[in-house]
Design a protein around this ligand. Structure first.
Ligand code: NAP
Length: 282
């Protein structure tokens, strides 16, 4: 492999975030506050079950209480919202994470927006999104914040750079685009109706792939010297970027696994600790 290529190590970034949390968790526990994240899983999607388990294990390793609520796949929007409201009212719960996607009969937006802004540690509410857009969210979406953390950890300049984001979902593509814009990047957002996508991607000094399609971004789409951030996570531990092919032109790239994924979990833990500290002060 070319020694000049920088592999952006998500585990190193995640460890840096988690190390700073150890002492903060200890201080909270001394004050008899156990930071607590509740994850809600609706239905039996095996990938979602894996993600929820991974998040729960990460909490345990750091001494954060993690509770899991598993609802049946025929849960209604009303039923889910009732559970969320109970958690909003529970002073021992600091963060609420609704694992998505939820089954099709549920109005996902209504369910997300039922989460109290103070406990929206996954940054999924409309209010949280709006706060992020204007640049002062307490808890931005975790994956977008993870991407920013990776860029900052490796001191990759953002200001004045042209960033091409592929994907415009409300939890990933849109919020990361706004965060990059707020840091003075020039941002192009691409989606499924974008024409000549490969030409757009070729303009990017930084390319963020958030598509949900395995190995979608091709090597010859990448401008020589560009930084490639692969937010994708598809079954079989495969990203949205053809890693080997993109490595040819990229100057830096995140691998999958051990790229954006572990940093996303570390950001979630940080948000939960932030929320517990805020609850203690209020
Ligand atoms: P999503 O809601 O399905 O959104 C996918 C986006 O990709 C949409 O905006 C879609 O465009 C766009 N798209 C689909 N096909 C396209 C094409 N042919 N050309 C250009 N754009 C296309 O997915 P998501 O939740 O944002 O997740 C994206 C990826 O990130 C997935 O691989 C997911 O597993 C991963 N992810 C990782 C983490 C992590 O912790 N690492 C967390 C969350 C998500 P339209 O809007 O036009 O449909």
């Amino acid at each position: 492999m070319d020694d000049n290529k920088l592999i952006l190590d998500g585990l190193a970034v995640a460890n840096g975030i988690k190390e700073k949390l150890v002492h903060r968790v200890q201080l909270l526990v001394e004050k008899r506050v156990m930071p607590c994240l509740v994850t809600i899983l609706v239905g039996d999607d095996p990938s979602s079950e894996t993600y929820v388990r991974m998040k729960g294990n990460a909490c345990k390793r750091l001494g954060i209480d993690s509770r899991r609520i598993h609802l049946s796949k025929d849960t209604t929007t009303e039923g889910l919202v009732t559970v969320i409201r109970q958690l909003n009212a529970d002073p021992d719960v600091h963060g609420i994470l609704l694992q998505h996607p939820v089954p099709h009969q549920i109005n996902e937006r209504e369910a997300f927006d039922a989460i109290s802004i103070d406990k929206d540690v996954d940054g999924v509410t409309t209010l949280g999104f709006a706060q992020n857009a204007v640049g002062f969210a307490n808890y931005p979406s975790c994956t977008p914040e993870a991407i920013m953390n990776i860029l900052d950890y490796y001191r990759i300049p953002i200001e004045g750079k042209h960033v091409v984001v592929i994907g415009r979902s409300p939890i990933l593509g849109k919020p990361v685009s706004l965060m990059l814009l707020n840091r003075n990047a020039t941002v192009t957002i691409c989606h499924s109706k974008t024409t000549e996508l490969h030409r757009m991607v070729k303009l990017g000094d930084i390319v963020v792939a958030a598509v949900g399609k395995p190995r979608f971004v091709q090597g010859d789409w990448i401008k020589r010297g560009a930084v490639v951030i692969d937010a994708g996570y598809n079954s079989g531990n495969i990203g949205d970027v053809d890693y080997k092919a993109c490595l040819t032109n990229a100057s830096a790239i995140t691998p999958v696994p051990a790229g954006v994924g572990p940093v996303t979990i570390a950001v979630l833990l940080k948000h939960t600790v932030d929320a517990a500290e805020k609850a203690l002060k209020s």
